[in-house]
Ligand binder design. Structure first.
Ligand code: NDP
Length: 453
């Protein structure tokens, strides 16, 4: 660790004790920005990174709601408005019992760099609640979303802050949130993305994060004159990102052998084909069931429960070429990374945000594999959210082909930005530096232009 990073981290730790995920995200970026500060001291004296680390605004609020039995519950709501140098705040909402300030600040911080990489005019934000939609009725989820929006509505708007979905927030939740915003504000406007197609949503938005992560992996493979055809792939998660990652891998000729949820994972040595994927989509999105049910239907597959307290995750301990972590943060630790490398994995494209611990990242970088951090590889989701905002402003929807073509173009351009910046700053092939530096420079220049804010 350089002296600059050590001093910065000591200060950030003192100010944000107990925010381990946030500190992890800052440390990973700080290592890259130290290189930029050496070459361009004007950013250092303007303390650009130090300013990006401090959110422009943190909003925290009470969300009371009533369950179907009439009992009252109180959850906590958040919105972290991290940086607005290059556009209105933009970033998802997460509903999960683990949600706290540290997790949302890490996600908002990552979002600043990710949104900048897309080349679209979007600042960075994140929000959510410790509410758990699992096991709740549709009516309970609706009442929660309405109560959440009762407060959030005064802090967002199509030119101020445009939230979207994330873990636990899909089409159903966005619908309830949008409906309540419209009622409270009496305006039909593009204040959220991930909307339904008949009321302002964009084609390809549900697919975008998963497709984008596979497009990014393909771009990385192209640098070695290879494609996904015939490659064996490990995918974690079974939600939105995982489902469309599997769909695109199948379309490009790869073979997916795993999927998971927070209870365990399935391993299907014959590969998950279109029919099996349709079963998973039905299972997770309509019946809201568990991935374990996959092995009741497909007897050749094996289910293994996973205990997060164990020191490694057996999902990452299978022979494969590529890995697409698409569940949650820190799902790959140092031991998992070692197992992956030993089993032949040489492409890692992160659909999830920060799924790899700092120790795991170091191992991937030291091994020189094609490793794409989430802020680059999963930027396709927010990119198509940006395209949804454009279509809302124009009041003109684009075709599926048009949005997909733009998504592919954006993923190609993010890949190019990563490669060029990694080269330019003396670390060729290092997509972590490439993404951090590429994302940083655009925001930094905007902040320099706009004065001390
Ligand atoms: P979903 O809620 O649709 O799916 C999340 C999946 O991950 C589920 O299978 C869930 O299992 C599993 N999961 C959640 N928490 C944990 C945990 N603590 N341990 C193990 N598994 C877990 O969310 P998304 O697919 O939208 O999001 C997945 C990841 O992708 C997140 O990191 C998110 O931030 C990131 N991302 C999402 C984008 C999007 O457009 N949706 C954009 C960019 C990044 P279970 O059902 O048991 O909870």
């Amino acid at each position: 660790m350089s002296e600059f990073v050590a001093n910065l981290m000591a200060e950030v730790k003192a100010k944000n004790p107990n925010e381990k995920e946030f500190l992890q995200a800052v440390e990973e970026v700080a290592e890259s920005i130290a290189i930029v500060y050496e070459r361009y001291p004007e950013y250092r004296s303007a303390k650009i990174l130090e300013r990006i680390i401090e959110p422009e605004r943190v909003i925290m609020f009470r969300v009371p709601w009533q369950d179907d039995q009439g009992e009252i519950h109180i959850n906590r709501g958040f919105r972290i408005q991290m940086n607005s140098a290059i556009g209105p705040y933009k970033g998802g909402l997460r509903f999960h019992p683990s949600v706290n300030l540290s997790i949302l600040k890490f996600l908002a911080f990552e979002q600043v760099f990710k949104n900048s990489l897309t080349s679209l005019p979007m600042g960075g934000a994140k929000g959510g609640s410790d509410f758990d939609p699992k096991g709740k009725s549709d009516n309970e989820v609706m009442r929660f979303c309405q109560s959440f929006m009762n407060e959030l509505n005064r802090h967002i708007g199509p030119n101020t802050d445009v939230p979207a979905g994330d873990i636990g927030v899909g089409g159903r939740e966005i619908g309830f949130l949008f409906g309540q915003y419209k009622k409270l504000r009496n305006e039909f406007t593009g204040v959220l993305t991930g909307k339904g197609l008949s009321w302002g949503g964009s084609l390809i938005r549900p697919e975008a994060t998963g497709y984008g992560s596979v497009y990014f992996a393909s771009e990385m493979l192209t640098t070695r004159n290879q494609t996904l055809q015939g490659k064996t792939c490990l995918v974690s998660g079974s939600g939105n990102v995982a489902q469309y990652t599997v769909e695109k891998i199948i379309a490009l000729g790869g073979k997916v052998v795993t999927l998971s949820d927070s209870s365990g994972y399935i391993y299907d040595d014959q590969g998950i084909n279109r029919e099996k994927l349709d079963f998973v989509i039905q299972l997770k999105n309509i019946r809201r069931g568990r991935i374990q049910e996959y092995v009741e239907k497909y007897k050749n597959a094996v289910y293994t429960p996973v205990n997060p307290a164990d020191d490694f995750n057996p999902l990452w301990n299978h022979k494969a070429d590529c890995a697409f972590p698409s569940a949650t943060q820190n799902e790959i630790n140092g031991k998992d990374a070692k197992n992956m490398l030993r089993n032949g994995v040489y492409v890692v494209s992160e659909g999830a945000n920060m799924p790899t611990s700092l120790e795991g990242v170091k191992q991937f970088l030291d091994a020189g594999i094609l490793y794409a951090p989430g802020k680059a590889a999963n930027a396709g989701g927010v990119a198509v959210s940006g395209l949804e905002m454009s279509q809302n402003s124009m009041r003109l929807p684009w075709t599926r082909e048009e949005v997909d073509a733009r998504l592919q173009m954006i993923m190609k351009s993010i890949h190019k930005t990563c490669v060029e910046n990694a080269d330019k700053f003396g670390t060729p092939g290092n997509y972590v530096n490439g993404a951090n530096i590429g994302g940083f420079l655009k925001v930094a220049n905007a902040m320099m232009d706009q004065g001390l804010l």
